[in-house]
Design a protein around this ligand. Structure first.
Ligand SMILES: [Zn+2]
Length: 458
């Protein structure tokens, strides 16, 4: 009898010990992935819960502000969020939080609380864990209004929008279809008598890509860290002029010259087969990769206008061999083998003629670049850049500031070039645009200087 009593006591001690031990086991791992700091009108909430080797017994996500708790999602109330099973032991919970989910939401500090439980000791006990995140609620939308007027945009061309966005440090720009053009502080435009001191005034150079719809939606936007967005429309007219068509005859002589030379300086593609097969990879895949690389320089653009005067160097006295957005058909042995759009101007003068900077700026690139051969890219600030291709020699270095009409090198036929010529294009935030507009003093006056002067009140 005594023995039995002792046995019961020992069993009770063991059970009790296990019970206490189990209660101290770690609960599920909680990761509050979003928001990171701000909650706005409608912000994404994302929480991941991991309970190795077990199913979750329960979880609750709660929003706490000014002493009031609002349940957001729980296992008992899963419908208000989206719960996704990831593997056997991980749950990802997402939902949108904002005014709709939390009617009493106010701007100011708040906290997101998460508790989760997993079963331990064969389901007899539960191990719990909690996590919290302090957030800042911002419900005021940024305010944005467009100051500039009469925007005329050609398909494949450029425009400039002046707007005012507050708070002054909010991210802002102009959206054109699925492309964003960042706004730069207008104080960075100090030339031709322009001087805009208001820190909330911004300038965005924009493009309507040659292959976008002429009715592409556009608006100026300002978006704060809480995801609150303000938008403003601007008056505009868009125009489409038909682009030209041209045919390019591919001879073996041309392919034998350009294909090995381009592949010698290229690591992005490694085509096999005949010269024609290799050419098609160069003209397609390498052309696309080169365009991506060229577009990547947009992020290095200076926040101020570096160019001067009222027009870009127009390359007078030169024969235009191809214009912007000419639609090219490539013919080999009488058969069409490829089609591409030519996104620049081909200008021919005499062999080895000096190539001059279109305007003042800073050299961002001065090396071989695939189909462009020896290539120079100059940054003119606020996303505007110019590109000079097929040079036989380069006379400038990356980082160097060049003046308008300073010599960059000599013309040539490096890269994908049928003969000695300059391939010239302008870029607006990485998108190739028709340079003709920038050679036109009237266009610069009306599209750019008029709007800047109106905004500076001079
Ligand atoms: Zn060209």
């Amino acid at each position: 009898m005594r023995y039995l009593l002792r046995l019961v006591l020992v069993a009770a001690l063991i059970t009790g010990g296990l019970f206490i031990y189990a209660g101290r086991l770690p609960g599920p791992a909680i990761e509050i992935a979003r928001p990171t700091k701000y909650v706005g009108q409608a912000s994404p909430l994302e929480v991941a819960l991991t309970a190795p080797g077990a199913q979750l017994a329960d979880f609750q996500i709660t929003f706490e502000q000014n002493g009031k708790q609002t349940p957001l999602v729980s296992l008992a109330q899963p419908a208000s969020g989206e719960i996704k099973q990831e593997g056997t032991d991980r749950l990802r919970i997402t939902r949108t939080i904002g005014r709709e989910a939390i009617p009493d939401l106010r701007s100011g500090p708040a906290r997101i609380l998460v508790t989760a439980e997993r079963p331990v000791l064969f389901g007899v006990r539960k191990a719990q864990s909690t996590a919290s995140l302090d957030v800042q609620v911002r419900l005021e939308r940024p305010v944005i209004s467009v100051l500039s007027t009469k925007h005329y945009i050609n398909l494949g061309g450029s425009e400039m929008v002046v707007y005012r966005a507050t708070p002054a440090d909010v991210e802002s720009g102009v959206q054109v279809g699925d492309l964003k053009y960042p706004g730069y502080p207008a104080s960075g435009a100090r030339f031709e008598g322009v001087n805009i001191a208001d820190p909330a005034v911004k300038i965005a150079f924009i493009a309507l890509r040659y292959d976008q719809d002429v009715n592409t939606p556009m608006y100026a936007y300002a978006k704060d860290e809480a995801g609150n967005m303000g938008r403003a429309d601007f008056d505009r007219l868009t125009f489409r002029k038909p682009f030209k068509k041209e045919s390019i005859a591919l001879t073996d002589k041309l392919l034998d010259r350009v294909v090995p030379a381009i592949l010698d300086t290229t690591t992005e593609v490694n085509p096999q087969g005949t010269n024609l097969e290799k050419f098609l990879v160069i003209n397609g895949e390498l052309r696309r990769k080169n365009a991506e690389k060229i577009a990547s320089f947009a992020s290095q653009s200076a926040p101020e206008i570096l160019w001067r005067g009222t027009v870009f160097h127009p390359f007078g006295n030169t024969a235009v061999e191809s214009a912007f957005a000419d639609f090219r058909t490539y013919v080999y042995n009488g058969k069409e083998v490829d089609r591409q759009t030519h996104l620049g101007f081909d200008l021919a003068r005499v062999v080895n003629s000096p190539i001059l900077a279109g305007n003042r700026g800073k050299v961002l690139y001065a090396s071989p670049l695939g189909i462009y051969g020896n290539c120079v890219i100059i940054d003119h600030g606020m996303g505007v850049q110019s590109l000079y291709a097929h040079l036989s020699s380069i006379a400038v270095q990356v980082g160097q500031t060049v003046e308008k009409e300073q010599e960059l090198g000599k013309s040539g036929m490096t890269g994908l070039a049928g003969g000695d010529h300059l391939h010239f294009t302008l870029l607006v935030n990485g998108q190739m645009v028709n340079p003709v507009e920038w050679w036109d003093a009237h266009w610069i006056q009306d599209r750019i200087l008029r709007k800047l002067r109106e905004a500076s009140g001079s």
